[in-house]
Design a protein around this ligand. Structure first.
Ligand SMILES: Nc1ncnc2c1ncn2[C@@H]1O[C@H](COP(=O)(O)OP(=O)(O)OP(=O)(O)O)[C@@H](O)[C@H]1O
Ligand SMILES: [Mg+2]
Length: 383
């Protein structure tokens, strides 16, 4: 698939911009702070309904404006879809598909699929486990949009169960006795186990599919013979899963989570936090047999971060149309070897959108259309 048009109104630094895009490579260059990342952030938002830079929508709306609108024309083998996303911080966002309003924003997921590489990706390797869980969940949704509902369901149950645990805690204003809370907790344990099992078995399945892609992509980016990378899913409770069919694993995971919740209940009530479930699981990243976080060198960490994104691309394109690749300012971060290896790995994709402050950082194999971003507008770059 590819984008044929991107139009922004009051998005980030843009009052109004409208750009026509072609398949193949498009490079956006221009000085720092002129709005290159803002453009591709909008592309990522249409695909994931979230930004790779901020957890909240308010910074996405131009300072002084009340709402932002992103319009994207998405062309694939079957459709030519116009997606419109209206961001209304503090109120519900709205989406339209081919001018028709959709009941819920998440129904737009899947229309545009992207894989976005950004300097922030280093946090996938060096950051907290939450970064890696988000990586997996975002990829799950990109693979199958129905997981947006699974994820939202789990988050809702977790929030409510945590509120209940807190209500029994010593700091609660409306403190309830443990006995009163216990009866209600039994029901929430069952909800959490059901929703949690669905999320975590899906993640485990995803990690199994992703693993060979990560190993292969790491070797390709780092250069052959420069170490082996692997990934593993580590549950925060019980055993690390049992073999069997998907439904057997789902049932077993739910039962194990129920057992774990019973075991930790007293500590949970003491601390007012939910201590078992996929919100505490970890995606382990391993380089040369050691955990990447804390052990891998800076360059190895970068290669691994790139490998995770390339692996996502490999998985998303398998048997389907290519997602749109977005490379936000990544070449500046890499040495020349990694730069050219990455460039040749992505150059065959149906559409690649690249941003760079220094045009010469972009390897020649990614020659294509070029725009210079400056002063809130885009113009075809001088060659
Ligand atoms: N909500 C907003 N309203 C107005 N301006 C904003 C808003 N959010 C960000 N900006 C401005 O957008 C600019 C940053 O744009 P962006 O991150 O796209 O730059 P860039 O071209 O990618 O730069 P670099 O080369 O440094 O990565 C900053 O000057 C920032 O002040
Ligand atoms: Mg930038």
């Amino acid at each position: 698939m590819h984008l044929t048009r991107l139009a922004l109104t009051d998005f980030r630094s843009y009052r109004s911009v409208d750009v026509t895009l072609e398949p193949g490579v498009t490079v956006f260059d221009g000085p720092n702070g002129e709005g290159k990342t803002n453009l591709v952030e909008a592309v990522g938002y249409v695909a994931a309904l979230s930004s790779h830079r901020t957890a909240h929508d308010a910074p996405l709306v131009r300072h002084g404006a009340r709402q932002a609108i992103i319009r994207a024309q998405v062309h694939d083998e079957v459709h030519d879809n116009l997606v419109e996303v209206e961001l209304n911080p503090g109120r519900a966002n709205r989406v339209r598909l081919n001018k028709a309003p959709l009941p819920r924003p998440r129904e737009i997921l899947g229309i545009l699929r992207t894989v976005l590489f950004a300097p922030e990706d280093l946090a996938l390797v060096k950051g907290d486990p939450g970064e890696r869980r988000r990586f997996l969940d975002d990829l799950l949704v990109a693979m199958a949009p129905r997981y947006a509902a699974v994820r939202a369901d789990y988050d809702r149950v977790l929030k409510q169960r945590t509120a209940l645990l807190k209500s029994a805690g010593p700091k609660s204003a409306r403190r309830q006795s443990r006995e009163t809370v216990a009866a209600t907790l039994d029901t929430w344990d069952a909800h959490l186990a059901r929703a949690g099992a669905e999320l975590l078995v899906a993640r485990e399945h995803l990690v199994d599919s992703l693993r060979p892609h990560v190993t292969e992509a790491y070797a390709a980016v780092a250069g052959d013979g420069r170490g082996h990378a692997a990934i593993a899913y580590r549950r925060s409770f019980g055993s690390n899963g049992t073999p069997g069919s998907y439904s057997e694993r789902l049932r077993a995971a739910g039962e194990e989570l129920m057992t774990a919740l019973a075991e930790v209940r007293d500590s949970e009530l003491d601390r007012g936090v939910c201590l078992a479930g996929p919100h505490r699981d970890e995606l382990e990243l391993i380089v040369r047999g050691l955990p990447a976080r804390g052990y891998a060198s800076h360059g190895e960490s970068w290669s691994l971060a790139l490998a995770l994104r390339l692996a996502s691309f490999g998985l998303l394109r398998a048997g389907r149309e290519d997602p749109v690749l977005v490379l936000d300012d990544v070449f500046a971060e890499l040495d020349s070897g990694r730069r050219s290896r990455l460039a040749s790995l992505v150059s065959g994709a149906e559409q690649v959108l690249v941003t760079a402050a220094v045009p010469d950082d972009v390897p020649p194999v990614l020659a294509g259309a070029r725009f210079t971003v400056a002063g809130g507008s885009l113009r075809p770059a001088e060659r």
